[in-house]
Write a protein that binds this ligand. Structure first.
Ligand code: NAP
Length: 334
């Protein structure tokens, strides 16, 4: 069967937010599966802020995507035909298939999904990397205790919505930081956060002073920059800061905005720890089991922002992460 593929390849290393000219759309027939391979129709693409950093040259925790290469992207799909002993036509699978309609895979890093557990978009988000990041980042690095104050930035996003809800399950007071009144309303009225600060319209430091009078015990930071500095100014003694990401810096064209007031760590006897979810790969099953149980019991709500755009909408959909247009896990339906 001939499958005409549509792909997005990296055409240039972006300066700032990716532009249409940073991408090349290519069309080519999908190769037949050889022995030990199978072909996948990609149904849902996961859009992740980290994809922006993979577009840069230079050292990171994974190699950069090279110019001319199909953009690296996780997704879920359906096996169309297979010459692999463990994967069969009709299986629903999850893996890093790239920004393309069809992929040929040898099965490495691919898992079969049990759709009776949850629909595929939920398994890309809450039961996928976002949920696992929230789970281990908060519980292993943040180590919140009941009654403590937990703050999370990009709180209405995929990771942030889950961090805040897990902290509530653990009996903490939870403050979200997000852009816009509607996101803040959702956090408090629908997801059970105790308070939310609209960093685009408020005075972050003044609001934190009021909402966290005894200081912040755990800060799960997805944003970096000025928001990190604002929370550093309000730490409780022994606070733990989880550096999950720095989305405010991913498109910056100048030198990164570092925390000028890092000496607050010393004053507060606090720690700031970088976290990469891949280091927990051998324990993913623990997180998924507990997250699934919380979903089942209704203690955890999953939010997906699915764009029904097809592969052609890949470049503009990715940028929604940087303009803050998504609420919950951003996914492109192909
Ligand atoms: P997300 O939060 O669903 O989407 C990104 C959000 O970031 C946007 O909705 C926007 O929300 C906010 N944002 C964008 N630009 C901003 C800016 N300049 N200042 C402040 N906020 C900004 O994305 P996600 O997939 O859940 O990822 C969240 C973070 O987790 C990212 O930093 C990502 O790199 C990190 N992450 C880390 C790991 C790990 O292993 N360390 C794994 C997965 C993800 P607003 O409307 O609120 O601005």
């Amino acid at each position: 069967m001939t499958l005409n593929n549509t792909q997005y390849r990296l055409a240039a290393r972006p300066v700032g937010i990716p532009k249409p000219s940073d991408w090349e759309q290519t069309h080519e027939p999908t190769p037949e599966a050889e022995d030990g391979q199978f072909r996948v129709q990609v149904d849902y693409l996961s859009l992740d802020p980290a994809m922006r950093s993979w577009m840069n040259a230079g050292r990171s925790y994974v190699p950069p995507v090279e110019i001319g290469e199909v953009m690296r992207a996780a997704g879920t799909g359906t096996v169309l035909d297979s010459r692999h002993p463990d994967f069969h036509a009709g299986d629903t699978v999850s893996g890093v298939f790239g920004a393309q309609r069809y992929a040929v895979s040898d099965g490495k890093g691919v898992t079969k999904l049990d759709l009776s557990l949850a629909p595929a978009p939920v398994q890309l988000g809450t039961l996928g990397i976002s949920g696992i990041t929230a789970y281990f980042g908060l519980l292993d690095i943040g180590r919140p205790e009941a009654g403590q104050t937990v703050v999370v930035s990009a709180a209405a996003g995929s990771v942030g919505t889950i961090v805040g809800q897990i902290a509530k399950i653990k009996g903490c007071k939870v403050i979200g930081i997000a852009g816009g009144a509607e996101k803040c309303r959702l956090l408090v009225e629908e997801l059970g956060f105790d308070a939310a600060i609209d960093y685009k319209n408020g005075d972050l430091r003044a609001e934190l002073r009021e909402l966290a009078p005894k200081g912040v015990d755990v800060f799960f930071d997805n944003v970096g920059g000025e928001i990190l500095e604002g929370v550093l100014a309000r730490l409780a003694r022994g606070a733990r800061i989880v550096i999950s990401g720095a989305v405010s810096q991913y498109n910056s064209t100048g030198p990164g905005h570092g925390p000028a007031n890092y000496m607050n760590l010393l004053v507060s006897r606090a720690s700031m720890t970088g976290f990469v979810v891949f280091d927990y790969a051998s324990r993913y099953h623990e997180a998924v089991a507990e997250l699934a149980a919380w979903l089942e019991s209704g203690q955890l709500q999953s939010r997906e922002h699915v764009v029904e755009g097809g592969i052609e909408a890949f470049p503009e959909t990715l940028n929604k992460l940087f303009t803050g247009e998504n609420t919950g896990k951003l996914i492109l339906a192909l």
